[in-house]
Write a protein that binds this ligand. Structure first.
Ligand code: SAM
Length: 334
């Protein structure tokens, strides 16, 4: 059974933190298993955990993630997060990647204790403020009783994650673990896409050979390629209230920008320059155990051709969904 902090205890902890703070920051104490940050490396490397995440963790991927951050914020008209946070004291950024959002949250809320956890070490590109600590951790495992005293039930005001789609194979367990970590009234926010391709609200990828293989491989690993669209269900399934759902179309190319949404221009271009090569690598990695190199090359070629043939011709997009949930006041989720 996970430990639950009653409100009065939590208040006491808050006052202790305030008393112990210096220059608006909080005394975060690293535990021995906290990884060092890494300098960017160029060769293709992957995380070393059991999670079925097939995207590299090297320098070029870190650059892609940071570029993607900028274009996502632009697409969301300047919003990094949507949750209405007021004076949060403990924040968790799950699957923090380069730590770009973690550092943003640390700077925005200097009185909060902000944790970024990830399967891989964090590059040193974003100098973290003193109230940010990065830890190596797997969600939902990190929220299991006894795993780590910093991630106990009822101790967070905000749990955030963005783009866990290729690494989270237990969505309901994850959202339930996030719900347990929250104190009553605390918020969760999930920013996720569906890796399914649409034109005018209708799926257009069902006959694509590469997509059939991709869907099969994803299902084998327990991934949910429509997790963005399913977040409301997961939130309800965890006993939380849905506060807000914002739906965006993440276009391929510039058609949506030309249709009156200029804030989507760079997002649409990033899909071509950043995402197509990334998806090709991801599909190859998923296929490597069961398919010949020749078949993998064939599938990659079809993938690029299918997507590229749509550019400038069809208004193709993937859904991007921002979902905010709240743990009800008086909740007894433990
Ligand atoms: C696509 S990146 C997104 C990074 C960051 N959230 C962002 O939006 O820039 C996904 C990150 O989540 C991490 N990750 C994937 N599955 C995870 C899991 N189950 N627990 C913790 N981290 C995970 C990966 O190592 C990777 O750094």
């Amino acid at each position: 059974m996970l430990q639950h902090y009653p409100n009065d205890l939590d208040l006491q902890r808050r006052f202790q933190y305030e008393a112990g703070s210096q220059e608006g920051t909080l005394p975060l104490v690293p535990l021995p298993q906290d990884p060092l940050q890494v300098t960017d490396i160029q060769e293709t490397t992957y995380h070393d955990t059991h999670v079925p995440y097939v995207i590299p963790n090297n320098g070029p991927e870190h650059s892609r993630l940071d570029e993607q951050h900028d274009i996502l914020v632009e697409m969301m008209q300047g919003d990094v997060i949507a949750a209405p946070l007021r004076n949060p004291r403990r924040i968790l950024d799950v699957g923090c990647g380069t730590g770009i959002v973690t550092c943003h949250l640390g700077k925005t809320f200097p009185h909060a204790e902000v944790y970024g956890i990830d399967l891989s070490p964090i590059p040193i590109t974003h100098a973290p403020p003193a109230n940010v600590l990065f830890c190596k951790g797997i969600m939902p495992d990190v929220a299991n009783p006894g795993d780590d005293p910093r991630f106990v039930a009822g101790s967070f005001d905000f749990v955030f994650s963005r783009l866990l789609i290729m690494g989270m194979n237990k969505w309901q367990d994850y959202v339930s673990a996030a719900a347990k970590l929250l104190q009553p009234g605390g918020l969760v926010e999930f920013q996720e896409l569906d890796t399914r391709f649409y034109i005018d609200g209708t799926l257009c990828d069902e006959q694509w050979e590469w997509a059939k293989i991709f869907h099969k491989e994803a299902a084998k690993r327990g991934l949910d390629l429509q997790c963005g669209s399913h977040m409301e269900e997961y939130i309800h399934g965890a006993g939380l209230e849905v506060v807000e759902v914002k739906r965006y179309r993440w276009p391929y190319g510039d058609w949506l920008a030309k249709a009156g949404y200029p804030e989507t221009l760079n997002a649409g271009l990033h899909m071509i320059t950043g995402s197509i090569p990334m998806i090709k690598g991801m599909v190859a990695k998923m296929m490597e155990d069961d398919y010949s190199p020749a078949r993998i090359a064939e599938v990659q070629a079809e993938l690029a051709e299918r997507i590229e043939s749509m550019l400038g011709v069809c208004p193709m997009y993937v859904p991007w969904t921002v979902t905010v949930g709240r743990k009800p006041s008086g909740s007894i989720i433990t």
